[in-house]
Design a protein around this ligand. Structure first.
Ligand code: PMP
Length: 425
């Protein structure tokens, strides 16, 4: 067992105290049962937050309470439990709208996650508005789920997917972006935070510039929402996508915000129950948005869990959370610098605490495996962002991604284990 008692470098000191309303990592850790398990004989260190976040007991209890007391289908039930479940589901929509600063709950469509949100936009808005010679600008740091749906619809509509290059430190090259924008640009897509480089691009400025050309802007918020507050109106986003499971909520639920005047004009995406007003073999009419976009029985318990997660996160002082994560990232950067042969990729000045690295002499899978033996969960591979890794001449890397419940002890455990791997070589 490595000695983790002595700090490797000076610990971050962030003077944020107490709850409710306040924040300390130690106090929020108490909300996460899984953080108290052991893995391979060691207390778990969960550093795979960019893949998925752990769930607080408030979310777990909301799911149990829903299934124990209120399980029902929604929107068409003529009984008490159906009304209760419908109210909870629609409260979830209102909470997500508030969370994103959206003007109305009707601006929010529930989907499976960011991937489905992007595909929905590609297949509905994209199919209607893209045509031969149109450009879709896609920064090189995007997740595959914000590249491939555009390639698919571009092929069908004979539009073009145009990559926007990165600078060496992993920022979106703003000069190149400005040069690529033109009257042909129909859509710009941007991650609000990169899952491999951590980069937080200047989305508001990029959006304003795109709008000058009449282009729409889709923002992928999958990695952003757990780390800092989002205001879709301030960003000017036309579309904003998120995944619940990266926001302390269950898997299989996510949300798409769309500016109301765009959403109201969007054709249905899937057909079925829930999305219609009336069905006749002569003529079928559709429900108003957002229900028009939600065919079939939705992920009701997922929405209840998402509601609990949003309530839980917004009960914290989010400025304090962001300050803490920044301080922890600085600490981690200093501590990782003490590991021989470790090279980080991505050094944008504005970024979230995603630490993607290579370790000389060891492939990333071996690194992840070694850390796992010490109870430390990181990810290794291409992180569904092959173009971003290719920008650094890599096919694979290891990634430690931090969340609000991680501590400098977690970072010390990571660094000590990595030093141990180098010492064993
Ligand atoms: N975008 C980004 C930036 C991501 O990190 C991820 C998940 N790794 C996604 C999109 C896709 O999210 P999901 O798999 O939840 O649909």
């Amino acid at each position: 067992m490595p000695d983790v008692s002595a700090p490797l470098v000076p610990r971050p000191s962030v003077g944020v105290q107490g709850r409710p309303g306040g924040f300390t990592a130690e106090s929020v850790r108490q909300d996460f049962p899984v953080l108290h398990r052991t893995v391979n004989g060691h207390p778990l260190v969960w550093l795979d937050n960019a893949a998925t976040t752990q769930k607080p007991r408030q979310v777990i209890e909301a799911l149990t309470a829903y299934y124990s007391t209120a399980n029902s289908n929604i929107h068409r039930g003529a009984h008490t439990m159906a009304r209760e479940a419908t109210e909870a589901y629609e409260a979830g929509r209102a909470a997500v709208a508030d969370f994103l600063g959206a003007p109305s709950p009707d601006d929010v469509v529930f989907v499976r996650g960011t991937t489905e949100a992007v595909n929905l936009v590609a297949q509905t808005w994209g199919r209607a508005h893209l045509g031969p010679g149109d450009d879709i600008l896609v920064p090189v740091l995007e997740h595959h789920s914000n590249i491939v749906p555009w390639q698919l619809i571009a092929k069908e509509t004979r539009a073009r997917v145009v990559p926007v290059p990165l600078t060496r430190n992993g920022e979106i090259d703003q000069d190149a972006y400005a040069d690529l924008l033109s009257a042909r640009t129909r859509l710009v897509v941007i991650s609000h935070a990169s899952n491999v480089l951590g980069t937080v691009p200047p989305v508001k400025e990029m959006t304003a510039l795109a709008h000058r050309y009449g282009a729409r802007v889709l923002v992928d918020g999958a990695q952003a929402v757990a780390h800092f507050p989002v205001d879709v109106l301030d960003l000017g986003a036309d579309f904003y996508a998120l995944s619940g499971h990266k926001l302390f909520a269950p898997t299989g639920i996510g949300a798409l915000y769309t500016r109301q005047e765009i959403l109201a004009g969007m054709a249905p995406w899937q057909g079925g129950g829930n999305m219609i007003e009336s069905v006749d073999f002569g003529k079928t009419t559709f429900a108003a948005v957002p229900h028009r976009m939600e065919a079939g029985t939705g992920h009701i318990s997922g929405v209840i869990g998402l509601l609990a997660a949003v309530n839980w996160l917004t009960s914290l002082d989010r400025a304090a959370v962001a300050a803490y994560e920044d301080a922890l990232m600085s600490y981690a950067l200093q501590a990782l610098a003490t590991v021989p042969g470790l090279e980080l990729i991505g050094s944008a000045p504005d970024r979230i605490a995603v630490l993607t690295f290579t370790l000389a002499g060891h492939d990333p899978a071996t690194v992840a495996d070694w850390l796992d033996r010490d109870g430390i969960a990181v990810r290794a591979g291409h992180h569904c962002a092959q173009p971003a890794l290719a920008h650094y001449g890599l096919e694979s890397a290891a990634r430690a991604s931090l969340a609000l419940y991680n501590t400098s002890d977690d970072v010390d455990r990571l660094v000590t284990s990595l030093r141990g791997l180098q010492a064993s070589a």
